[in-house]
Design a protein around this ligand. Structure first.
Ligand SMILES: O=C(O)CCC(=O)C(=O)O
Ligand SMILES: [Fe+2]
Length: 229
């Protein structure tokens, strides 16, 4: 028997004086079925203060760069700096440029292991984004590059300033805003990238830097195998 029928029977047997419970259950019918829930979970305080400080110290040694991208034939530098770390062969493509991974630094290796131990999520590469203040941002996109293993999750960890992380449903344009702060973890479930986009909009009132670690599962040698074809 489905729950629906069970609930109906329950309501049928209710004495009239239980009108309040019937009304409470009726409230569920008033939910707007067109409101879609994004496959995103926010886990506050995933990292403690000490872990955040260790990461921050290590980030100061990362070779963060402002890469150039081409949009509609025009060259732009991205409004943030970034670095790509990963296992050998886990290359990514950024605006037609192939980027080879840098080897895993020690604290980032620990963080990768922590995600495996605590969340059972296995990753082999991470994009580190550094936003110097609220002027730096990331536009609307989906993490749906062909080198990312289909059906894998993406884990995103924030250190530093709290910023809005906005997701937008592709078909309905419905938006949901999350506010990850220092030490928080966001997990985007596997189905997310096909149906939703996400962005980190400018927030001019934010004066402090934010660092974001976006862990991904990459098909090793994806582009090298293609090049040899
Ligand atoms: O900084 C963020 O929270 C978003 C990063 C992101 O979407 C990405 O690296 O693809
Ligand atoms: Fe992204």
């Amino acid at each position: 028997m489905s729950y629906g029928r069970g609930l109906l029977l329950l309501l049928f047997k209710l004495p009239t004086k239980d009108l309040q419970l019937t009304m409470t259950l009726d409230l569920f019918d008033q939910c707007d079925p067109s409101v879609i829930v994004p496959p995103v979970t926010l886990h506050p305080n995933f990292l403690n203060q000490r872990q955040q400080q260790l990461l921050l110290n290590e980030v100061s040694y990362y070779p963060l760069t402002k890469i150039e991208i081409e949009v509609f034939g025009k060259k732009h530098t991205i409004p943030r700096t970034q670095a790509w770390f990963g296992d050998d062969g886990c290359d990514c493509k950024y605006s037609k440029t192939l980027i080879n991974p840098l080897p895993w630094p020690p604290i980032l290796t620990k963080l990768r292991q922590t995600l495996l131990n605590r969340c059972q999520l296995n990753f082999n590469a991470v994009l580190v984004n550094h936003y110097k203040d609220g002027n730096d941002c990331m536009g609307w996109h989906s993490d749906d590059e062909p080198e990312i293993v289909a059906g894998s999750s993406i884990a995103s960890i924030t250190i530093g300033a709290c910023r809005d992380f906005v997701v937008r449903h592709k078909a309905s344009q419905q938006k949901v805003t999350y506010a990850p702060c220092s030490g928080d973890l966001i997990i985007m479930a596997p189905s997310m990238q096909q149906t939703w986009q996400h962005a980190l909009p400018k927030r001019l009132a934010v004066t402090k830097p934010r660092i974001n670690f976006t862990f991904r599962l990459i098909s090793p040698n994806f582009y090298r195998a293609k090049a040899n074809y």
